[in-house]
Design a protein around this ligand. Structure first.
Ligand code: T3D
Length: 270
């Protein structure tokens, strides 16, 4: 059953539920297109850390309540902060960066079910996930430049890796929204499904991943992130370390036995 992250004021802005090994984290401010407040960002980080730490959670599904996925920073709160003379360095470092690192550093697969508009940091969050299943009506807007900001929450890192340098520059500088079909063509999303099928489709993927070799998935994520910024020699060395660790897992041993016995492997995530 979906539960508010905690009983404190604002705790209901993020919902958390675990079923079939999948922790579903729902951004829950539908009236504001799930725009991110400080309270909500703290609750989101807490939810991600909980999913990371709970042994029965083997995949994470991130989605939004209502007709939007996430409209990025709450601009009402942001305007108040600006009026109070606050800079953005602290909020980006204190709130956004830990969330992105919690997603990318999660040793378990993370799937975004993009149920509608994603804008600004909302797109960044989706791009930080391992998979993005988008509803046909989803739209992606790198909305930063429209309010005279630079990208944050990892968009300058993830977007060019997904769509290429030239397209990333175009999307970030012009900020024109991209619909789901175009996002799929560009490689920003894994798949596009009719809106009414999104929840089931994203869930099926998350459940499939939750039944997979969790530790190997974590190692794949680590290898890819490491190799993105390292020379081949270092990437080879990292691969050797990770492969050594994977070879010691129960899942590797049992899957190898299953192959030889012509049986389907069952992964326990150990
Ligand atoms: O402070 C920092 O840490 C800086 C970090 C910045 C990172 C960022 O994310 S910058 C980018 C911030 N986001 C945006 O600029 C997007 C703003 N929103 C929009 O452009 C549009 O709302 C959408 C394109 C997402 C959706 O448009 P539409 O026409 O479908 O819906 P709408 O009517 O604009 O929005 C519905 C409601 O959500 C509306 O509230 P109301 O008037 O009915 O009470 C609207 O104000 C609210 N809403 C949407 N986005 C935000 C928001 N409220 C606060 N902040 C938002 N970002």
């Amino acid at each position: 059953m979906e539960q508010p992250m905690d009983a404190r004021p604002g705790g209901e802005q993020v919902l958390y539920a675990v079923e079939q090994g999948v922790a579903t984290i729902t951004l829950n401010r539908p009236d504001a297109m799930n725009a991110l407040t400080i309270v909500m960002k703290a609750a989101l980080l807490e939810a991600l850390e909980r999913a990371r730490d709970e042994a029965d959670v083997r995949a994470v599904l991130l989605t939004g309540a209502g007709r939007g996925f996430c409209a990025g920073q709450d601009l009402r709160e942001h305007a108040e902060n600006l009026a109070a003379g606050a800079g953005l360095d602290d909020t980006v470092r204190a709130h956004y960066n830990p969330i992105v690192l919690a997603i990318t550093g999660m040793g378990k697969p993370v799937v975004a079910a993009v149920n509608g508009y994603a804008a600004g940091a909302g797109v960044s969050l989706a791009l930080a996930c391992d998979f993005r299943v988008a509803a046909e009506n989803a739209r992606f807007a790198m909305a930063f430049s429209a309010i005279a900001l630079a990208p944050d929450s990892g968009a300058s890192w993830t977007l060019p890796r997904l769509v290429g340098a030239a397209k990333a520059r175009e999307l970030l500088m012009l900020g024109d929204p991209v619909d789901a079909a175009e996002a799929a063509r560009l490689g920003m999303v894994t798949s596009v499904v009719p809106a009414e099928e999104l929840a089931r489709s994203a869930r099926d993927l998350a459940v499939r991943l939750a039944q997979g070799p969790t530790l190997a998935y974590g190692a794949i994520k680590q290898a890819l992130d490491f190799s993105a910024a390292q020379p081949l020699e270092d990437a080879l060395s990292m691969e050797a370390d990770l492969q050594d660790a994977c070879a010691k897992t129960e899942d590797h041993h049992s899957a190898t036995r299953a192959f030889l016995a012509k049986q389907r492997p069952v992964y326990e995530g150990r």
